[in-house]
Write a new protein. Structure first.
Length: 240
């Protein structure tokens, strides 16, 4: 695990480093090293890559134009940036969020296309056995493990199948890979959108921050967070 921690603390990916310094380096949110990594992430690495394509124009004035074609549009890029912990003060992030709030807001205080809540999970229909990043509004087993362990129940026996799956997935030296970027259709399942996936895939723009199949700092960071929570030893390992 120490080798994996050293890897996620590597300055080559400042967005991951900023979070790893807090989670595994014992640093506070306002620590100078954390702030420096966050600032660096705006100009180099995965966050900068997603930000550089975040172009908001006056034409982005409707739900459809903010959402489609997926996943290169402002909405999906913003979701990915939030997932990566992008610094909140960036003007591009702020402007995109304001536009989305303006377009998606409903008179009754609701938010979304119909005013209802979109949970992003349909039991038995998501390709939950694979690791994804960015996750957008999809669900997979690693996201589920993160949520449950963060909520303070890391020793629930019902987590065992998901933990066994996590233990089977390292690709090298305690490092995990992104299995596939979204959209991901489970060939064993029968999701309601499967019949139109050919049309969707013909127009989709995949938002890929790291190549699937290779060791991923984002996937490894998520896996390490889960393993830290289920471990009896929560001792921090100092950052470099």
């Amino acid at each position: 695990m120490h080798q994996a921690i050293t890897w996620v603390l590597d300055p080559l990916e400042p967005g991951v480093r900023a979070q790893a310094l807090i989670d595994f380096g014992g640093r506070a949110q306002d620590d100078p090293q954390v702030i420096a990594a966050q600032e660096e992430s705006l100009v180099r690495g995965s966050i900068a890559k997603v930000l550089n394509g975040l172009t908001l124009t006056p034409d982005h004035d409707s739900y459809e134009k903010l959402m489609d074609p997926r996943y290169g549009t402002p909405y999906h890029r913003l979701v990915a940036l939030v997932d990566m912990g992008a610094p909140r003060g960036d003007a591009r992030v702020h402007a995109t969020l304001e536009r989305i709030l303006e377009v998606f807001a409903k008179p009754d205080g609701g938010f979304g296309r119909t005013g209802g809540q979109h949970l992003g999970v349909e039991a038995g229909y998501e390709p939950w056995r694979r690791i994804h990043f960015p996750r957008h509004y999809y669900y997979d087993f690693l996201l589920g493990l993160e949520l449950v362990t963060r909520l303070g129940n890391p020793r629930d026996s019902r987590l065992k199948p998901a933990l066994d799956l996590l233990a089977s997935k390292p690709v090298a030296d305690d490092r995990w890979a992104i299995d596939i970027t979204h959209p991901d259709v489970d060939p064993e399942g029968d999701p309601p959108y499967k019949s139109i996936m050919g049309k969707i895939l013909a127009t989709v723009i995949r938002l890929e921050v790291e190549p699937p199949g290779n060791p991923s700092r984002w996937a490894t960071l998520a896996a390490m967070r889960v393993l830290r929570e289920i471990s009896a030893d929560h001792t921090s390992i100092p950052g470099r």
